[in-house]
Design a protein around this ligand. Structure first.
Ligand code: UDP
Length: 141
């Protein structure tokens, strides 16, 4: 399998619950390494641009409202098959449908406040990483 990088966001609900460390421990426990990380408050413009693909969806305004409701913890995760591995660890978008033991099953309340984001493909991972970590501040180790 190839070593990949993926973008992970620990969303405002999980940051507010003070479970950043517990979620990062799951990534590390699965063999993913943190290659970049920052705690930031997204602007409305950043949240709208990041989720632009969903701009026409009925939940878009609520999604943007939620993503700017508090700080988020954004990481680049690196490892073998990192994109799929992260998605497996996250669980289904709706926490009620997420498999037991996944991050969303354990930490998320609802489909709107669902604890984490993870890139869904190599192309989106590249775009999302460049969006939040432009330049050289991503480290392989
Ligand atoms: N979302 C929502 N309501 C929906 C579907 C999605 O609020 O009915 C939000 C949810 O926070 C989700 C994000 O929009 O994580 C992006 O949706 P996507 O289908 O890409 O899910 P993901 O890749 O995050 O599992």
């Amino acid at each position: 399998m190839t070593v990949e990088r993926t973008l992970s966001i620990i969303k405002p609900d999980a940051v507010a619950k003070n479970v950043i460390g517990q979620i990062v421990a799951r990534f590390e426990g699965a063999g993913l390494k943190v290659a970049a990380a920052k705690l930031v408050q997204l602007s409305r413009a950043e949240a709208e641009q990041f989720y632009a693909v969903h701009a026409a969806r009925p939940f878009f305004k609520d999604l943007v409202d939620f993503m700017v409701s508090g700080p988020v913890f954004i990481q680049v995760l690196e490892g073998e098959g990192a994109i799929a591995k992260n998605r497996d660890l996250m669980g289904a978008t709706d926490p009620k449908k997420a498999a037991a033991g996944t991050i969303r099953a354990d930490f998320a309340e609802s489909i709107d406040a669902n604890a984490v984001h993870g890139s869904d493909a190599p192309e989106t991972a590249a775009v999302e990483i460049a969006f939040f970590f432009p330049g050289l501040n991503v480290y392989s180790r």
